[in-house]
Design a binder for this molecule. Structure first.
Ligand SMILES: O=P(O)(O)OC[C@H]1O[C@H](O[C@H]2O[C@H](CO)[C@@H](O)[C@H](O)[C@H]2O)[C@H](O)[C@@H](O)[C@@H]1O
Length: 367
């Protein structure tokens, strides 16, 4: 395993709490209390002026990134259920493998229309250090293509739409980029209205996002490993390759820039801070919008299947829970607080699941 494709374990927060209780690491993070006051004072005094949340962010980043080399190495070396982690056994009972429960899942969809929603990073492609190198395999692309022949299929990503399309390269899919803030339907289909791009609810934020992107590029330049990505309606600040001792400084720069933009907010993903508009729009809203666009707004006979690995996917899992409809599948090798009902460990298992779905459709002739 190379450092490019090695998955560094992230977070086992919330393993002691029941599946539907509030997240172990609340978002946005609280004003911090407790230990480390002197370090915080040294590094973050200016951030206190910009809203007092910076300490909370650094703690949240640490909480989702166990950095003890020994634990990280052990977890990376063996699947969690082979390690004697009692919490994993409890967690997998609450969130069983979508592969081992495949028949049960499919029985629940009988006679109903399946609609597929797929996250990209960490779901269709393995997590790697360089966001520009997060390629999906040809085998995965072929599996997604087959799935899309069987069911309406959407990619829902934090990346900007054009970038995620450049990775996936399948014209027949629906794409919801920028965490659902940029939705495009497949060209020349019945879903196309006047244009293929059918929703951009944050377009007024485009100038601000471009400014923030430029400012963050400049401000984070001195921080080794920091990477700022323009995702059109949001900006990602990556800290995967930033040493933990610099995280405070990174957050400080982000908070200082955002001080001038009260209508933007921060959320956290996998070793990434996401700068987003404050509008009430997320992957969950995108899922609902897409279902509506497909004509399934109040339909009882539809089963949305959402597969994702990140905190931002929880908004979609939550919508499925609230609708009392659909199947949420979290991709994770480690116990995580989630509203998904099922789990898969890694993108290769996602591919197995997609292929089984295609085979099931072929054999059953289902919708
Ligand atoms: O919603 P997603 O499709 O999962 O996108 C979320 C973010 O994914 C990317 O970052 C993540 O994957 C990178 C490549 O494996 C990894 O280096 C990074 O640490 C992860 O956070 C993407 O680069 C971001 O812009 C997306 O917002």
């Amino acid at each position: 395993m190379t450092s490019q494709n090695m998955l560094v374990p992230e977070a086992m927060p919330g393993i002691a709490t029941p599946a539907n209780s509030p997240a172990a690491v609340p978002y946005p993070p609280p004003r911090s209390g407790g230990g480390g006051a002197s370090i915080r004072k040294k590094h973050y005094s200016s951030i206190e002026l910009s809203g007092g949340r910076a300490n909370g962010w650094v703690e949240s980043m640490k909480a989702s990134s166990p950095t003890h080399a020994k634990a990280a190495a052990a977890l990376a070396a063996a699947p969690a259920d082979e390690l004697e982690i009692p919490e994993y056994s409890a967690w997998i009972i609450q969130h069983p493998s979508a592969l081992s429960k495949f028949e049960q899942i499919m029985n629940a969809t009988k006679g109903k229309q399946i609609v597929m929603f797929l996250d990209y990073d960490g779901t269709l492609s393995p997590i790697v250090d360089d966001p520009d190198s997060a390629f999906m395999s040809e085998a995965m692309r072929a599996a997604v293509k087959e799935v899309a022949r069987c069911f309406p299929t959407a990619i829902v990503s934090g990346r900007c739409r054009s970038k995620v399309y450049d990775f996936v390269k399948l014209t027949e899919l629906f794409y919801a980029g920028s965490h659902g803030m940029d939705i495009k339907v497949p060209k020349g289909t019945k879903y196309t209205k006047k244009k293929d791009v059918i929703l951009q609810p944050a377009s007024e934020f485009l100038p601000a996002m471009n400014e923030v992107h430029k400012k963050l590029l400049e401000k984070t330049k001195p921080i080794p490993g920091a990477k700022v990505e323009n995702n059109k309606f949001c900006v990602s600040v990556h800290f995967r390759c930033v040493e933990e001792k610099h995280w405070g400084l990174l957050v400080e720069q982000v908070c200082l820039v955002l001080k001038e933009y009260p209508k933007l907010r921060i959320t956290q993903g996998r070793k990434v801070l996401e700068i987003r508009p404050t509008i009430k729009w997320d992957k969950g809203k995108a899922l609902e919008f897409l279902l509506e666009s497909l004509g399934f707004a109040d339909c009882k006979n539809v089963v949305p299947v959402y597969i994702g690995d990140d905190r931002t996917d929880e908004d979609a899992f939550k919508v499925l829970c609230e609708r009392g409809q659909g199947i949420g599948i979290l991709v994770s090798e480690f116990p995580k607080e989630t509203k998904a009902s099922y789990s898969l460990r890694e993108p290769s298992e996602v591919m197995d699941f997609l292929l089984r779905l295609v085979e099931w459709k072929r054999v059953s002739g289902a919708k």
